[in-house]
Design a protein around this ligand. Sequence first.
Ligand SMILES: [Zn+2]
Length: 420
Amino acid sequence: MSGTSNALAIDGRRFQRRLAELAAVGAIEGTEGCARLALTDEDRHGRELVVTWMRDLGLHVSVDGVGNVVGVLGADTVAGAVLTGSHIDTVATGGRFDGNLGVLAGLEVLETVIDRGVDTGRPLAVGFFTNEEGSRFAPDMLGSLVYAGGLQLEDALDIVAIDGAVLGDELARIGFRGAAPVPGPVPHAFVEYHIEQGPVLEREEIDVGAVIGVQGISWTRFAFTGQSNHAGTTPMSYRRDAGYVAMRVAAFVRELVAEVGPPQVGTVGRIELHPNLVNVVAATATITVDVRNTDDDVLRSVEERIARFVADVAGGEGVSVEAETLARFAPVAFDDRVIDLVEVVAKELGNTTMRLPAGAGHDAQMLARVCPAGMIFVPSVHGISHNPAEHTDPADIEAGANVLLHTMLRLAATDFGDHR
Ligand SMILES: [Zn+2]
């Protein structure tokens, strides 16, 4: 990159103006937050606003069969372009930055490139993907999953919302059931700019995070069945206490996670005892175990050790066990070349930076299936997200957008060879 392009910077005030304008759509009264559940009227108005901005910049706008919208600068297809983007749907009690930040930063990058007449070599593009949050339709990250070929369009269109609406009908109703084909054209590379939604960058006093991947997630429900009995008259050696087994397992998860060390995390978020009375040995107990790691081998060994412990403790107590997998997603590792680039660019622009995994799912993990992909994180104040109080300082927002700008330009100049 030349010295002059290092001086190239986005317009922080214009970016903040767009963030505020989009946040006004579906605004939650008396807060900074938004409620734009996927494919509702609020989502429609947010989409129309962003599409208007795309057209104002002269982008070639396309809408695909599942409602993903992409605006391309300098070409009529995203094939071979450096693509950025995220989502503009929110949870019911959402903030103004989750997703929206990355989409509007992409617009800001493209407007900066247009204003300054930068020759990017390759086309640049910005998009937003349908139903990232998954609050109204399951699964989450649905639009990017379809884009990347992980879910058939017909299956996606048939998905029924929590309110009974059908996805395909809702897309048509709000005017976003487009004609562009899915799976979508393969970009040259994809980079997503997002708030961290966790406390790490703020605590470590880091300006910009280079995201190494998205951690794998494993949810298991264990149902234990023993024998309910009198708490006073039943000698300890005769007990088949389902509650005791559940609580031993819950404590073991915490101890095991501490032994394995970061980035391993583990949570027992739910325990149910029956009959749940002060003087009765529990007959049944149900717990959920949520374990996550960026390394699938480590995650598997954690799952196995928990399963073994469960069998041992339950066996010793004469309690039977049923295990059910509720969710299992393998970790996604982002492309080393994109991670390196984000880190280098962030440092060159004078930011403190660190590598970290994403704790939540993101559209970038779906795009990572088809092209080199990565993410840029900026701090979330107090680590709060999915909450109207979600906040990121304007200086951090601007710094991250400049990292996005220069990362996209550098990606455009990078030859990745053949895609996977
Ligand atoms: Zn998000």
